[in-house]
Write a new protein. Structure first.
Length: 258
């Protein structure tokens, strides 16, 4: 299976987290592009865990790009979003060398990665409105968390929330800036949202609020609850190329670009 690993997307950086892998369909032609941002509570994770995701998508006629980005401990949410944005800009500039269609890019992520994918899609200070209009055709969220980050940090004093403040700072105005839900307005980007029926209750609530705001602003979205899956299952079961999430993703991509 054609794969190119550890490509550097950030100029003048030799940081290992400024790398990405590209999984390329074997067929001739050009293909839609799926850029995946891994989860891990903003503190953990690596593109190297998602080899099967990339391979399965490439078999289904999608150029898959799995990215690394700097994590908590050395980076805050702004640094992470800027890293993800730089990776997407690299994709738009270079993916045609790898059979990708530069104007048919879908951003995606699981958990914290879903938060970052949504943030750089909706907050135009990262990629810019013109770039999004030209290149980004959809955003696919897989059990995303943090879509209403300011609500999470204001209403939760548990250890996890205290740890998150190290990434999102202790400044409440930054929490709102980090919450994708506040940047839903007239975005042209449609959303596919999938959550597990057994996911964390606060995550289900997070997604429900986000969907309600998309509906309020008449932003096209389609959403599914995948039965029998918890938060980790939502991405772990995608190691099986027959996992139902792939059918939802491929169907969404085909509908958007039709």
């Amino acid at each position: 299976m054609p794969t190119v690993k550890d490509l550097r997307y950030q100029k003048n950086s030799d940081h290992q987290k400024h790398t990405l892998d590209v999984y390329i369909p074997e067929e001739e032609g050009t293909f839609p592009v799926f850029v995946f941002v891994h989860g891990g509570s903003w503190y953990e994770g690596s593109k190297d865990i998602y080899v099967l995701l990339g391979e399965h998508l490439s078999k289904k006629g999608i150029v898959a790009v799995i990215i690394n980005y700097r994590l908590g401990g050395e980076a805050n949410y702004l640094d992470m979003a800027k890293d993800c944005s730089a990776a997407v800009e690299w994709v738009a500039d270079a993916i045609d060398w790898y059979k990708g269609q530069t104007n048919t890019i879908f951003l995606s992520g699981h958990s914290a990665g879903g938060h970052l994918a949504a943030l750089i899609t909706l907050n135009k200070k990262f990629l810019g409105e013109a770039f999004i209009t030209q290149h980004i055709k959809g955003c696919i969220l897989i059990d995303a968390f943090g879509l209403n980050m300011d609500y999470v940090l204001v209403n939760n004093t548990a250890f996890f929330a205290r740890e998150l403040k190290k990434v999102f700072t202790d400044v409440p105005t930054n929490w709102k800036d980090a919450a994708p839900v506040h940047f839903i307005d007239s975005t042209p980007v449609p959303f596919l949202i999938m959550i597990g029926s057994e996911t964390y209750p606060y995550l289900a609530f997070d997604n429900a609020i986000f969907i309600s705001q998309l509906d309020k602003h008449e932003i096209y979205n389609t959403h599914f609850t995948l039965r029998g899956k918890n938060h980790r299952d939502m991405v772990i079961r995608m190691r099986d190329e027959k996992d139902e999430a792939y059918e939802k993703i491929i169907s969404f991509i085909k509908k958007v670009i039709a």
